[in-house]
Design a protein around this ligand. Sequence first.
Ligand code: M6R
Length: 600
Amino acid sequence: MCGIVGSINHNNIVPDLLAGLSNIEYRGYDSAGIAVIDNDGLTTIKRPGKLEQLKQELANQALRSHTGIGHTRWATHGCPNEANAHPHSNDDVSVVHNGIIENYLQLRQWLTAEGFRFQSDTDTEVIPHLISLFLEQGQAPQQALNTALQHLEGAFAIGVLFRKEQDHLYAARRGSPLVLGQSDQGLCLGSDTMALAPGIDRILYLDEGEQACMTRDSFQLLDLNGRAIKRDMQAYTSQQDDQSKQNHKFYMHKEIHQQSDTVRNTFKHTQHLLPELPVDFTRLDRINIIACGTSHYAAMVAKYWFEQIARIPVDIDVASEFRYRSPLLSRNGLSIFISQSGETADTLAALRYTKALGQKTLSIVNVAQSTIARESDFSLQTQAGPEIGVASTKAFTAQLAILASLAIHAADRCKAIQIQESNRLLMEIAALPSLIDMTLELEPHFQLIGESIKDSHNAFFIGRGSNFPLALEGALKLKEISYLHAEGFGAGELKHGPIALIESGVPVFVIAPNDGLLEKTLSNMEEVMARGGRCIVLGDHHSCGNLPLEVESITLPACDKVFAPIIYAIALQLIAYHAALAIGTDVDQPRNLAKSVTVE
Ligand code: M6R
């Protein structure tokens, strides 16, 4: 989703702005721009489409400055064109903005009546004009910004330049994250740490409602009411090395192949932390797990684990629906929030709602300093490293590694299983990385299947038990990156309606480990085949051993049935990846999607 960069330092900041924008391309965007300030005033250059268009434009200009802001926009209000791209500037003020200004229509009317002319359809453009209005009324820049902020409703993060203040860069945060960075060269601003200028060794996350005023050498923080507050930067080591594709064509492919390490590291890290986790599982009578998208599917898998292994009842919610159903939360309950980015607006809103009801909260995030991590009572971090591909892969299996460990830990504490069984399950998790490697070695088979469905109009995924959510995840992965229409179903549910969609040759992926439900899943497969569907079974040697000859199958390594979703996820990711590759889509930045969904 939208990304912010900003920089103020002793050197020319244009290369830093472009480097920051390149690093946050992964968030998903449809236009990009920068604004800089120098003796001639504000210069704003923006282009629709990929960052490359902006870079080409800048290559023709000798633009140099010590102070600037930049933005990648993911369209919300107004289509992706040059006028709607950020920064939005007038003669005196330039603004980049993430989030949504909910009262922009009223503000626009007011400002139009005051004589301001709008060039775009965005909600953002009210901000520079509002600030200018207060400048015209004689307020100093900092004060004008502060007054303007009082008039804005909604969630936002902004970076601001003033024509008359070449040596200042301003920022403000309400609802959307912003981080400041510092190096010996100067200060910078980003919507996440990846947006920060190279070489920074200190960072500071703005807290809710805070503003910052930066010069080349220092910064000042202000609270919601404009009063100065004191907080120091923290030491920071950049993870720039992780950002290369190495020998992979796409980040998604690299990330799929990292999963034996990321699952191993996450499991070890979690095992180390669990004894200290301040949650008394023996007193819990219910767990709520709340998340969006792929993280929601991880939650659905975890429901099976918590209920079957620890015997604790679990409710699962899509975060965007959670608080609107006025949920009845148990007084002795725990709410778990899963989010790769730790910034998903709906998940964050659900977390805040739950906290306000007095419920204990635990988050599982991949970004340690994210808002969800910081605002939850406790947080466990997946050790997946930066996930750049928009389609979540390694973060998903790392979430599952934490959730599996947590379910076993809860079962231990509640004495729901014998110690021998819990040790056996832990050994099974510890064995997963080598099974993941074995699954990755099957890539040529997944590639053939993926390529073979590239011309299909529809594809279906079916599974039972904890592989039902995996069927949903397999379908999501395929539609996200290949744009093929795909749906996942509980295998037994097919005949209650979706089977009407089965016609000759339509691919149906049957997730079928030998898990006690195999016979039933294979019966559902027969129902599909009887209607001409093309079944592709993903199973182990047992399930694939006795299939009818006409059924295609790929034999995955045998694994404990409890943790099969972690292994089968790899197969589904690779099938989706190769289908997308054959179709020729932009796998890492699929159309319309954003990595970090910071609006509701
Ligand atoms: O960062 P989060 O885990 O909170 O994101 C939730 C979803 O937006 C995310 O999982 C989305 O569905 C991915 N594109 C899936 O690949």
